[in-house]
Design a protein. Structure first.
Length: 245
């Protein structure tokens, strides 16, 4: 069992001042970030298709034990009727994601904020999500952003399909902390610019304790994302240090 901690992406201009060494070439930013963190959520895949060669390059630039999560594209997850997403899902998985090899972690699916729970629609959608890719088991993490999903029916549906409901700490969306899969996935979005480590130590300790509880049943992927983005790498590194104690 492992708790991995990281951020979303690795190219963000303010990090040139708050995270990356001044003389570090842009081409080395991923390598540097992966030396300080243990996972990164690839977000570029949400906006456009990435090439197989890019996935291979990213895998090669990171340590053996490192893992990426990959954000599914808008066309595959933010539709009026999710039952129409089959071709987009297939296109995404055929784009070269498998080139990450052993460094392929969970696939992250982010629902639109306006999407309400329709049990029949979600059951059909879950059935479209592949269980493996080129004989490699896949793990799916779903972020829901409408309060209608915070119910026993949906949690049981996710549990039945071994899909992790993403725990999101934000000011906008429901906070669901209940594990529904054999791994856990969390996005912590309340980093503050006036806090050197993004989150106060007591808040970090609270989430470290939660992560340790989750770890009893499976791997944990914990991302500091959104919020005061310039502080997210510091928050992730502080969490990793706290978990060592």
């Amino acid at each position: 069992m492992t708790i991995r901690v990281g951020v979303g992406g690795w190219s963000y201009e303010p990090w040139d001042e708050t995270f990356y060494p001044a003389d570090l070439p842009k081409a080395k930013q991923l390598e540097y970030a992966a030396s300080k963190l243990t996972t990164i959520e690839i977000n570029a895949t949400f906006y456009r298709t990435q090439s197989a060669s890019s996935f291979r390059k990213w895998a090669a630039a990171t340590p053996e034990s490192f893992m990426f999560s990959v954000k599914a594209p808008r066309a595959a997850v933010q539709r009026k009727d999710l039952r129409e997403a089959k071709e987009s899902i297939e296109w995404f998985f055929n784009s070269g994601v498998s080139e990450l090899g052993d460094k392929l972690g969970p696939i992250f699916w982010q629902m639109a904020p306006y999407k309400k729970l329709d049990a029949a629609e979600m059951a059909a959608y879950f059935a479209m999500l592949p269980k493996e890719l080129k004989q490699r088991p896949l793990r799916h993490a779903l972020e829901v952003r409408h309060a209608s999903f915070d119910c026993a029916e949906f949690k049981e549906m996710a549990r039945k399909n071994n899909i992790a409901i993403v725990t999101v700490e934000s000011e906008k969306h429901p906070l669901i902390v209940e594990p529904t899969a054999d791994f856990a996935y969390a996005r912590l979005e309340l980093t503050r610019a006036d806090e050197p480590t993004g989150y106060p130590r007591q808040a970090l300790k609270k989430w470290a304790k939660t992560a340790r509880e989750w770890e009893k049943t499976g791997d944990v992927f914990l991302y500091f994302i959104s919020g005061a983005k310039e502080r997210n790498p510091a928050a992730a590194m502080a969490m990793l240090e706290l978990l060592k104690e």
